[in-house]
Design a protein around this ligand. Structure first.
Ligand SMILES: NC(=O)c1ccc[n+]([C@@H]2O[C@H](COP(=O)([O-])OP(=O)(O)OC[C@H]3O[C@@H](n4cnc5c(N)ncnc54)[C@H](O)[C@@H]3O)[C@@H](O)[C@H]2O)c1
Length: 364
């Protein structure tokens, strides 16, 4: 096997073991974890992204044959809902899943979210393994235990906390990932550099979309997961410091919704990071940071400008869905510098004054 390296990486919280598999240019390498499954993961119930199931059918066939049941999930936000959840539960029941049947979810963040929610609720909880297959799910979504589905068009309105016992990171899956999806993941990695590890910014400059199976990318993924694990181990239920992980997302979600999802999640979060760094400048943050973020986004092939800016009314309406809204105001995770994120409460008056100015500066 070419350049194959497997290692186990233990983190303190939340009892998750991460297995990583490096440098795979041969597509078979990406599936070595299957051969290493221990008895406790035998005959699992599988929830698999249907696109991954199709593209990787040859490598997954052994696992499919050895499973107790399989649900193939079309990864679209429209299907990330309680109806699909109900179908997965039905499929689990049809397959005779018991309390001791393990569940393995293979796919991007969307499939991980809904598959993990099915695992967390069926028979009040099955042991869970996540195998993320997009860059975004490798650097972020797989860790931290958040599961969820959308309700009436509002993203992740219903969910649970159910950390995976095992996460398998195999960057080989990125061989088949479309470029736009890859760039979504790079935006989240850049976010992590702002939250807690400036070194990630340097590594990002050494990672290229064309050569994404290098050791560099694994280094980047591991560093991102380390930052996230440190945060969630302190605050699994998001009562405080876990809000750091929302950096770029308050403005990002608004822009994503206002564009009617023409902007991808990563593109919107990238723009959100520029805007939120500009807000931070008002509170004493590094005044060079918005331009530095812009340059990094350009390097990653992500947009730094938008055509249409949402009106104040649209802005107010969309911000109401933000989960960090409290009675006394909204809490913002603002980037003051690389590796320096601060939770800052803004009043409605402050938001109404600052936000339109900041968003105008993003206009193409
Ligand atoms: N739980 C968390 O902490 C957390 C964090 C961030 C995001 N999320 C959630 O993650 C979701 C977004 O996840 P995502 O960006 O990973 O995208 P995704 O899961 O929606 O997948 C994007 C597309 O890539 C395809 N795909 C997946 N793996 C592939 C591969 N290896 N090769 C080719 N195609 C592949 C999918 O079929 C889909 O079409 C959102 O629903 C978001 O709410 C959750």
């Amino acid at each position: 096997m070419k350049n194959h390296k497997s290692q186990k990486w233990h983190i303190d919280d939340p009892m998750t073991v991460i297995h990583t598999y490096a440098s795979t240019s041969e597509r078979t390498d990406g599936l070595n974890w299957i051969k290493e499954l221990t008895d406790e993961w035998k005959n699992p119930f599988l929830v698999v992204d249907s696109e991954v199931g199709r593209l990787w059918s040859h490598q997954l066939q052994y696992l499919f044959a050895a499973s107790s049941g399989l649900y193939l999930m079309d990864a679209t936000e429209e299907l990330k809902n309680t109806f699909t959840l109900d179908q997965i539960w039905g499929s689990m029941a049809g397959a005779g899943v018991r309390r001791d049947t393990p569940c393995i979810v293979i796919g991007g963040g969307l499939t991980c979210d809904i598959g993990a929610m099915a695992a967390s609720t069926y028979l009040r909880g099955l042991k869970l393994m996540l195998v993320p297959t997009t860059l975004l799910s490798m650097v972020d979504a797989c860790l931290g235990g958040k599961t969820g589905v959308n309700l009436s068009g509002v993203k992740n309105q219903v969910g649970t906390f159910h950390p995976a016992e095992v996460i398998v990171i195999s960057p080989g899956y990125l061989d088949t990932l479309p470029g736009r999806e890859f760039r979504n993941g790079m935006a989240e990695a850049l976010k992590t550099a702002l939250i807690g590890d400036p070194e990630i910014k340097t590594i990002i400059q050494e990672v290229s979309e064309a050569e994404h199976s290098s050791d560099k990318i694994l280094d980047m993924i591991e560093r991102c997961l380390k930052v996230k694990s440190d945060i969630v181990s302190e605050d699994l239920l998001e009562n405080g410091s876990r809000m750091f992980l929302n950096l770029g997302h308050t403005v990002g979600h608004v822009l994503e919704s206002a564009s009617e999802f023409r902007l991808s999640h990563g593109e919107a979060v990238g723009l959100g990071m520029i805007a939120e760094a500009a807000i931070a400048v008002r509170f004493g943050g590094n005044s060079d940071l918005p331009d530095e973020i812009k340059r990094m986004l350009e390097f990653c092939g992500l947009p730094t400008e938008i055509e249409g800016i949402p009106s104040s009314e649209v802005l107010t309406r969309l911000l109401q869905h933000d989960k960090k809204t409290r009675r006394s105001g909204r809490i913002w995770a603002l980037p003051f510098d690389w590796g320096d994120c601060r939770l800052t409460q803004m009043t409605t008056d402050q938001e109404e004054e600052i936000l339109p100015q900041v968003l105008t500066s993003l206009r193409a």
